[in-house]
Design a protein around this ligand. Structure first.
Ligand code: UD1
Length: 421
């Protein structure tokens, strides 16, 4: 397992470009299963989660080539309709194959995703939606087995706006007979990217970007190409790297309108921001960081995927802040590790109370999940002395060579391959 060694205390400076969005790619790739032919996905990030999805799709018979961020997927010879446990256990987004397989082939067998490092993550909304569209669902030996004749459009109401369930339902409803309304749909930009891709294939979807999506099913969809949107969470993490090191950096990639909640919180904390449609600049030089409370919410609220990084940033603020996660109420595995670096944080229910400290000091810390490991890297960049972040395979799931990007900004960070941890 690889680890990072970080010598903290360098103020980051310079420009860095954002990669394509992991969570968009993980929806766009299985969406190709609804058609028959060669699809092109531009700006696909080279991430472990993308490679896991590629393994899953290729064992179903999808042929692919992946060069220079152009991913070509040929869906003309699908031979298996199964997502086995070995893939789903690595990545919950594997459940995204359920909707498209069912819609196009009338059958899907997908391993039930279990809980994850920060608690239970149910799939009841995915299953409810498939049943509403006419599928018969059985749960057997850890697998979801879904069967249907042609799906039929229906009215689907989500009690919670789930990104995954909205995506899965869209990929099924586009080939259903008749109209589907998805009420309380997720409005995340990655869902908009998916809608735009399905439209390029010939799907009919109204209300894109809103919480009510209307789908008019069609008989057939054709292969298409699309540009993956930039990764707003990677962009946000890099901005906090600038802020936590009291640096001055420019993040290039055109995600400003996906990040307003974070940008305004960064401004509240005292950072100076300048942005346009192509880049965001953050200047935190000589800034005395003020404590700023955050409560996570669905888009356009503050993303749960930025919660851990915000806690790392607030651990060096001049005062006390509260960070509440309403989406994943148990997602605080990073806190004990940040405390090992000298942070003063107590978690009560779904709120972390962070008393800002004057300094963090380097130590060995353990990554437990993707965004937790990002928060440890951020803390390590600001800490005095040497921080070792172990088990960085978590961070490799969702950040494309994060250490290379940070190095271009002047960070002192090295990957040590195959260490004993
Ligand atoms: C996606 C993102 C993940 C992000 C999350 C929330 C991908 C691949 N992953 O995950 O990075 O943290 O959105 O923005 O896009 N829920 C149910 N029943 C369900 C489904 C979800 O109760 O069937 C609940 C979840 O427990 C959670 C909330 O709904 O409390 C939102 O989860 P959801 O939007 O579905 O997250 P994912 O799609 O898994």
């Amino acid at each position: 397992m690889d680890k990072f060694i970080i010598h903290g205390g360098k103020k980051l400076k310079g420009s860095v470009k954002v990669s394509g969005a992991k969570n968009a790619s993980l929806a766009l790739m299985p969406a190709t299963l609804v058609n028959n032919g060669i699809n092109k996905l531009y700006n696909t990030p080279e991430l472990n989660d993308v490679y896991t999805m590629l393994k899953l799709l290729s064992q179903m018979g999808v042929k692919y080539s992946f060069n220079n961020h152009l991913l070509e997927l040929d869906t003309s010879s699908i031979t298996s309709y199964e997502a086995p446990y070995e893939h789903v256990k690595k990545m919950r987004a594997s459940i995204y194959v359920l909707g498209p397989l069912l819609a196009r082939y009338g059958y899907a067998k997908v391993s039930m995703p279990g809980g994850c490092a920060w608690g239970p993550r149910p799939v009841n909304l995915h299953l409810m939606a498939m049943e509403k569209l006419g599928a018969e669902i059985q749960l057997d030996q850890g697998y979801i087995i879904a069967r249907s004749n042609r799906l039929k459009g229906n009215y689907i109401n989500f009690d919670i706006p789930s990104v995954g369930a909205t995506g899965n339902t869209l990929m099924a409803a586009v080939l259903a007979k008749g109209n589907t309304i998805i009420n309380n749909a997720a409005c995340e930009p990655e869902i908009t990217n998916l809608c735009n891709y399905l439209i390029k294939m010939g799907a009919k979807i109204n209300g894109i970007g809103t919480s009510i999506l209307e789908v008019e099913g069609v008989d057939e969809l054709k292969p298409a190409e699309i540009e993956t949107i930039p990764d707003r969470i990677e962009a946000g993490t890099l901005l906090i790297a600038g802020a936590i090191t009291r640096g001055n950096i420019r993040v290039i990639g055109g995600v400003t309108h996906h990040l307003h909640s974070l940008l305004s919180k960064l401004e509240d904390s005292g950072c100076k921001l300048a942005y346009n449609k192509d880049y965001i600049e953050i200047n935190a030089e000589d800034v005395e960081v003020s404590p700023v409370d955050v409560t996570t919410a669905v888009f356009p609220g503050f993303p749960t995927d930025m919660q851990a990084q915000w806690i790392a940033y607030m651990s060096l603020a001049n005062g006390t802040s509260n960070v509440t996660d309403t989406i994943y109420t148990d997602r605080f595995n990073h806190v004990p590790e940040l405390v090992r670096l000298g942070a003063d944080i107590i978690v009560h229910e779904n709120t972390a109370r962070i008393v800002g400290v004057k300094r963090l000091t380097g130590a060995k810390v353990m990554s437990t999940d993707l965004r937790a490991s990002a928060s440890l890297v951020l803390a390590g960049l600001a800490a005095e002395g040497t921080t070792e972040v172990l088990r960085v395979y978590h961070i490799d799931r969702g950040y494309q060579k994060i250490e290379e990007k940070l190095k271009t900004l002047g960070a002192d960070i090295e990957r040590v391959e195959g260490s004993e941890y």
